[in-house]
Design a protein around this ligand. Structure first.
Ligand code: FAD
Ligand code: NAP
Length: 552
């Protein structure tokens, strides 16, 4: 019988490691570093043939972060954050991947990563207290603890359009972009999808393509990123304040310090004051700054309408053709209730003579033929199609693994009607399985690296607690989970978020339960709750010694 979650002395309990991690993106890599530093034997399994997760897979042209790079980076190592130099305000995908690879090398993380290994099943055995994870190859590995760091936006989705396999030209999904890049020079290219990935890639693809046709089902709001070379003074000032800023970020709604929270409601200002305020934010660039114009932009339709109208006005100013401008103006959701996009020259791209916008809401795509796309209205001959059609977000990666316990609990059943978690960290009935930035945590509604670090640190603290107390098993109670699920739903219902058909709602995947999945009370509220849970002796969790004890 095993006697600890840490087998530093390799007890003969059948374990291969103390902790198995699924995924080697920013979350999996930090988990290796943090837990290894505490003496745990860890191993991460990664489906890709390199580390980096999102930044490994999404190599489409124009891909970059939409949170400023001085923020969107690890905070755990003071030297790293001082030394790394970001060339631009918003790092490009190659730059971010280079950073992640540097971190992996600097902290010698690769020796605990097994690449090219997709985990397909994970089963907890109540008798031995061990998780057994199996890979596609049939390889099996055991440990008392497993951490799912499989990502929220890591399961790319192709649309269910008839004939998709018949097309004889080249097809690409933004989230599975070829490593060697793609040359669209002179080609007739179609892009399906106008979320962040489409909006980032369209202006760059337009520079190469002979003809570019964008197929838009739903118009989205996008703001100018105002990207540019890193300002050395901004960088020096930011770095001199790094420690304080990182701490302060935990006390903000989105996990980013430096944006003064709004103080008044939108309708407390008059129309001219609001116009000036939105104009200043539009010039400054960035989504949080814009959403921080007024206190109630995400809770009041009337307030939100003023911001939505402002951006629609901008679209009409930028886009020359009135019909195209009209199509590009979002009219089915309040601004900010879908991921607010940041772009560089997106709307301007539609003024180019070789770029056209096709409205597939009015005339949906009926089929993809051997030579192009056919809507109810016309046929569009194409040489290449780019699917910027998004992901089975937040639950897709977890649900592609067959997760169960010998007690009979399965993740599929637990999440049949939408995800149910306690704090987005654990699922009742699945002991010793932690998630990083799981559903019902603020993860995707925050600067995600902060949320990743917060979760991994919380998990590390939990394992240390178990080790100190000689515990081997921790599980969220059904009651705590139920209360948390209800609370997250109530918080969401008090906002405008559920009004949008977003991936936050599961709305982009036909048949997926319509449940608002992120926790939107803010990072500050969430952190306070997680801290209180710990201070209260891991409230809402049950712990036990048997059958595995965490020693160390
Ligand atoms: P991921 O990076 O998704 O890594 C998960 C890894 O797990 C992947 O490598 C995957 O291959 C692996 N995996 C999954 N399932 C299995 C399995 N069964 N077996 C083995 N391996 C598996 N967030 C921000 O805060 N700011 C941004 O600017 C920002 N920009 C983004 C841009 C794009 C294009 C996308 C798609 C997302 C962006 N995000 C952004 C969110 C981004 O996903 C997170 O910031 C962060 O990279 C997530 O890291 P992660 O390690 O949790 O997950
Ligand atoms: P997305 O936001 O889900 O957008 C997918 C697009 O494809 C939507 O326009 C959608 O239209 C369209 N689509 C999907 N299925 C379709 C179908 N069957 N027919 C026609 N159109 C279809 O996906 P994404 O753009 O990849 O972005 C996902 C998330 O990743 C973002 O929200 C963001 O969090 C992150 N991301 C961030 C950045 C960044 O700037 N840093 C860049 C890329 C991604 P509908 O809206 O009508 O469904």
């Amino acid at each position: 019988m095993p006697d600890s979650v840490q087998g530093r002395h390799s007890p003969a309990d059948g374990r291969d490691f103390d902790v198995i991690i699924v995924g080697a993106g920013l979350a999996g890599l930090y988990a290796i570093h943090r837990l290894r530093g505490l003496g745990y034997r860890v191993r991460a399994y990664e489906a890709g043939n390199g580390v980096g997760g999102t930044w490994f897979w999404n190599r489409y042209p124009g891909c970059r972060c939409d949170v400023e790079s001085l923020e969107y980076s690890y905070s755990f190592d003071p030297d790293l954050q001082q030394e790394w130099q970001w060339p631009e305000r918003y790092g490009t995908q190659p730059e971010i991947l280079k950073y992640i690879e540097h971190v992996a090398e600097r902290f010698d993380l690769l020796r605990d990563v097994q690449l090219n290994t997709r985990i397909t099943t994970a089963r907890y055995d109540e008798a031995t207290g061990l998780w057994t994870l199996a890979a596609e190859s049939g390889e099996q590995v055991r440990a008392p603890v497993c951490i799912m760091a499989a990502g929220n936006l890591s399961t790319p989705r192709l649309p269910d359009i008839p004939g998709i396999d018949r097309f004889t030209g080249a097809t690409y999904h933004t989230g599975l972009w070829p490593r060697e890049g793609v040359d669209f020079t002179g080609l007739r290219v179609g892009v399906i999808g106008t979320g962040s990935s489409g909006v980032q890639s369209i202006p760059i693809i337009a520079r190469q393509a002979g003809e570019l046709t964008v197929f838009q089902r739903t118009a989205n709001f996008s703001l100018p990123a105002r990207n540019g070379p890193m300002n050395p003074e901004t960088e020096a000032r930011h770095k001199s304040e790094y420690v304080e800023r990182r701490v302060a970020a935990y006390d903000t709604a989105f996990g980013i310090a430096g944006y003064p929270p709004p103080r008044i409601e939108a309708l407390q200002a008059n129309a001219e004051e609001r116009r000036r305020q939105y104009e200043a934010k539009w010039r400054e660039g960035g989504s949080i700054s814009f959403l921080f114009s007024y206190t109630d932009l995400l809770t009041s339709d009337a307030a939100n309408g003023t911001a939505s109208d402002f951006v629609r006005g901008k679209i009409r100013e930028i886009v020359n053709d009135p019909q195209t401008a009209k199509l590009l103006c979002p009219d089915d959701h309040p601004i900010g209730t879908k991921r607010l996009i940041l772009d560089t020259g997106y709307y301007e791209t539609y003024n180019l003579p070789h770029v056209s916008l096709v409205d597939i809401r009015t005339h949906p795509i009926e089929e993809i033929t051997e030579t192009g796309v056919r809507t109810g209205k016309a046929e569009y001959p194409l040489d290449a199609i780019v699917f910027a059609t998004g992901f089975d977000a937040m639950t897709g990666a977890m649900r592609s693994i067959d997760i169960s316990s010998s007690s009979g609990v399965t993740l599929d059943e637990q999440w049949e009607h939408g995800p149910r978690t306690y704090l987005g960290l654990m699922v009742a009935g699945l002991p010793n399985m932690f998630m990083v930035t799981g559903p019902q945590s603020p993860g995707v509604k925050s600067q995600m690296i902060l949320s990743i670090e917060m979760h991994v640190d919380w998990i590390a603290g939990c394992l240390e607690h178990m080790r100190e107390k000689g515990l081997g098993r921790i599980e969220a109670t059904e009651q705590a989970q139920e209360e948390w699920v209800t609370h997250t739903r109530e918080v969401a219902e008090a906002t405008l978020y559920p009004k949008a058909n977003s991936w936050y709602m599961g709305a982009n995947v036909p048949g997926k339960p319509r449940v608002f999945m992120p926790y939107v009370a803010g990072v500050h509220a969430y952190k306070a709750k997680c801290d209180a849970v710990v201070a209260g002796g891991y409230e809402g969790f049950v712990t036990a010694r048997a059958p595995v004890t965490v020693t160390g």
